[in-house]
Write a protein that binds this ligand. Structure first.
Ligand SMILES: Cc1cc2nc3c(=O)[nH]c(=O)nc-3n(C[C@H](O)[C@H](O)[C@H](O)COP(=O)(O)OP(=O)(O)OC[C@H]3O[C@@H](n4cnc5c(N)ncnc54)[C@H](O)[C@@H]3O)c2cc1C
Length: 399
């Protein structure tokens, strides 16, 4: 595969670099590069900057306001953003529900929802998982019972990432009769989070932060007009959305930046008269991760090439998800090893945007353990890695 950039692609890369240099505020990139949190308004502010530039929706078709970039341009964009420390685009609206709406939604839904997603006027969250339906998602129990022009929704969704910021939530709900096959009884609903009967309660994760939530629905009235596609067709749309989600989880560009930063810090970290980078055991671990990351990058490029022909990412996205999260977690582990005892103290406040004190230990030490623990999630969400292996067995290997 030839991955040398053409003159036009080099021009594009220069344009992206100039944009990031001029428009990415350093108080955002400093925090992102240190692995620290941004506020809700800051994510929105950055996404609106992208919108003004016409670069908000890199994965949408041009007719809906997407960039129409080639896979190589998207690859350049992701790498330059990761390198510069640009905040992640929150995926739930732009990368998850939007492709479902522009693919399966009716004209009215496209007109109503897509412009606000594009302009980051509305924060979306994902209501798939339930307390007893994660890997076995089709056994979900939240019901939507028809009542005139509305559905009455009852049930609980869980692990809803940033649901406490959510203006709208897209949900899988059970609309079918109990005797219907699980998958055929599921529909895809768009629900305004301000509707009476919705409560959001926090789940505090191991790093002490509120990132995930439970969302409870108690007789929530949702217009039938907010159902995307056919009643009972939700499972098909949900699966398309998941392939988009999984491809995004690979985060190759972020791992490349993170590994490069790790190598730099290890070359500056003392280790018994030499540096940690000169420690053969540590250097070998870095080299192994580097090889895996390189192989992953080529796999991602092949998937991008397939998507550029108009296909939704297929079951190959499961391979990206598994390897991408394994590589990222291996890098996290090396950060903890490098930080040594500095990874032990946990001062939660130092990860908040308004913390004015000195962080514990040098470089990335303070964040190494919280980040390691937090990122255990990556091999669970978007469908656990074990489930992805089952998908590969069936859909790719035909076993
Ligand atoms: C931080 C975080 C954020 C999340 N955000 C969201 C969100 O915004 N919206 C949302 O809807 N969901 C979200 N999720 C939920 C996520 O998709 C589920 O946690 C995931 O699908 C696994 O489901 P579960 O937690 O119920 O685990 P379970 O399904 O109970 O699985 C438990 C263990 O058993 C294994 N296992 C289960 N079945 C099989 C099998 N058939 N073969 C082999 N192994 C199996 C799993 O791999 C896992 O290790 C999030 C999860 C996390 C951790």
């Amino acid at each position: 595969m030839n991955i040398d950039l053409s003159p036009a692609e080099l021009d594009f890369q220069a344009q992206v670099r100039q944009f990031l240099e001029e428009k990415l505020p350093s108080h955002y990139s400093d925090r992102v590069l240190k692995g620290l949190y941004l506020k809700k308004e800051e994510y929105i502010d950055w996404q609106k900057t992208l919108y003004q530039q016409g670069w908000a929706a890199t994965n949408w078709p041009v007719e809906h306001g997407g960039t129409g970039w080639t896979p190589t341009q998207k690859y350049i964009w992701a790498n330059e953003c990761a390198e510069a420390g640009a905040p992640d685009v929150i995926p739930f609206g732009m990368k998850m529900v939007a492709p479902v709406i522009y693919t399966y939604g009716n004209d009215e839904q496209k007109e109503r929802f897509l412009p606000d997603i594009l302009a980051s006027n509305v924060w979306w969250c994902q209501g798939y998982s339930e307390p007893n339906a994660g890997s076995d998602l089709a056994s979900l129990k939240t019901t939507a019972v028809r009542d005139g022009d509305d559905y009455l929704v009852n049930g609980t969704k869980t692990w809803t990432t940033l649901g406490h910021y959510g203006d709208w939530i897209f949900c899988l709900v059970r609309t079918g009769r109990p005797e219907e096959k699980n998958q055929e009884a599921i529909s895809f609903l768009l629900i305004d989070m301000t509707t009476p009967g919705i409560t959001v309660s926090p789940i505090i994760t191991l790093d002490g932060h509120r990132e995930v939530n439970e969302v409870h629905f108690d007789n929530v009235r949702v217009p039938v007009a907010n159902r995307v596609g056919e009643e009972g067709g939700g499972w098909t749309y949900a699966k398309v959305l998941l392939t988009h989600e999984r491809t995004g989880i690979a985060r190759v560009a972020n791992s490349k930046r993170s590994l490069r930063q790790l190598k730099k810090l290890a070359a500056e970290t003392g280790d018994g008269g030499a540096t940690l980078m000169e420690n053969p055991s540590f250097a070998q671990k870095i080299t192994e991760v580097e090889f895996d990351l390189m192989a992953l990058e080529y796999t991602e490029l092949r998937t991008l090439a397939a998507v550029s022909t108009g296909k939704a990412p297929g079951p190959e996205s499961s391979i990206l998800k598994i390897k991408g999260t394994e590589v990222a977690q291996a890098i996290d582990e090396l950060y903890v090893e490098m930080a040594g005892y500095y990874s032990l103290p946990f001062v939660k406040e130092q990860f908040e945007p308004d913390f004015a004190g000195e962080p514990v230990g040098p470089g990335m030490a303070a964040d190494s353990a919280p980040h390691y623990f937090n990122n255990r999630k990556a091999s669970i969400y978007g469908g656990s890695n074990e489930i992805q292996k089952n998908i590969i067995c069936k859909a790719v290997l035909g076993l």
